[in-house]
Write a protein that binds this ligand. Structure first.
Ligand code: BJW
Length: 234
């Protein structure tokens, strides 16, 4: 924590890698979700229009795992929650993950730029609804007449990520940017390091491997998020 005190505004970008050690599969690693599912079928609006049941099943399986009682935040999530409690300056965790492990660890200053698994969204009004059960045609909105079938509250390819104005503003003013467990293949998140560099921030990558935007980071901490992040925060 001592080392963090020199910063005014910290932005932390997290990806699937931070939740991997909690038992959730990443997308692009060996045995990742994209090995079993075609992106164009389950992660595009066109795929959903073609076969909503298939997409619902994809998210239901992940919803059920997340609520199975077997999945818990790990030391990486816990360390970030501790940083938020102890850091006096501005801090924002921007997560690409749709799981709720940051919240369960106690993080509040958090933005889910690719949506949340625990919510469904009205396709007409965009109002979101907390889902107590998995997805299905029985989940309809209460904001429209006739009621609309809720779609997963997630951001698919070709759709606009959530909270970009706030993210942009925070990146413009940050002096430390840390990317944890993300492959750097999906934009606009993969470009955040460029914005942070442009504004003179220090940039740190935490990953098992050299990820796609590796060369854009000033500092590289190679290893498991559950081991590196607690060390970084201490
Ligand atoms: C560990 C670890 C451990 C493992 N410890 N590390 C051509 C060029 C540039 C851009 C485009 C282009 N053509 C199209 C685009 C845009 C497109 C895009 O980026 N495509 C690329 C594939 C090229 N992007 C979009 O369409 C986005 N919207 C958009 O751009 O809107 C227009 C716009 C215009 C102008 C400004 C701004 C916007 C939307 C993207 C939506 C992504 N959706 C998904 C699904 C969400 C729901 C769900 O969860 O199902 O989001 S796809 C999937 O990828 C998911 C993730 O959030 C995202 C990123 O994945 P992530 O988190 O990086 O996971 P992995 O698996 O890739 O990597 C894991 C990493 O962890 C690895 O590096 C491991 O080594 C590491 N790791 N264990 C530390 N223990």
């Amino acid at each position: 924590m001592e080392g963090m005190k020199m910063y005014r505004q910290i932005v932390i970008l997290t990806g699937a890698g931070i939740s991997a050690e909690s038992g959730l599969r990443t997308f692009r690693d060996q045995d990742g979700l994209w090995e079993e599912h075609k992106i164009e079928d389950v992660a595009t609006p066109e795929g959903y229009a073609r076969d909503p049941e298939l997409v619902d099943r994809f998210y239901n399986a992940r919803w059920s795992q997340l609520h199975s009682g077997d999945v818990e935040p790990n030391a990486g999530h816990n360390a970030l929650a501790r940083l938020e409690r102890e850091f006096d300056g501005e801090l924002l965790i921007v997560t690409q993950n749709i799981d709720d492990l940051h919240e369960r660890a106690g993080s509040h200053r958090l933005l889910h730029m690719h949506g949340e698994l625990s919510k469904g969204r009205c396709p007409r009004s965009r109002q979101t609804f907390l889902l107590k059960d998995p997805f299905g045609p029985e989940h309809t909105c209460t904001c429209c007449i006739p009621a609309q079938r809720l779609r997963p509250h997630v951001v698919w390819f070709g759709e606009m990520p959530i909270g970009l104005d706030r993210i942009q503003h925070t990146l413009d003013n940050c002096d430390l940017f840390i990317a944890i467990g993300t492959s750097g293949t999906v934009y606009p998140a993969a470009g955040f390091v460029d914005t942070a560099n442009h504004h003179g921030a220090q940039t740190v990558e935490v990953n098992l491997v050299e990820a796609d935007r590796h060369s854009q980071f000033q500092y590289h901490l190679q290893g498991k998020a559950s081991e590196i992040v607690p060390d970084l925060v201490d």
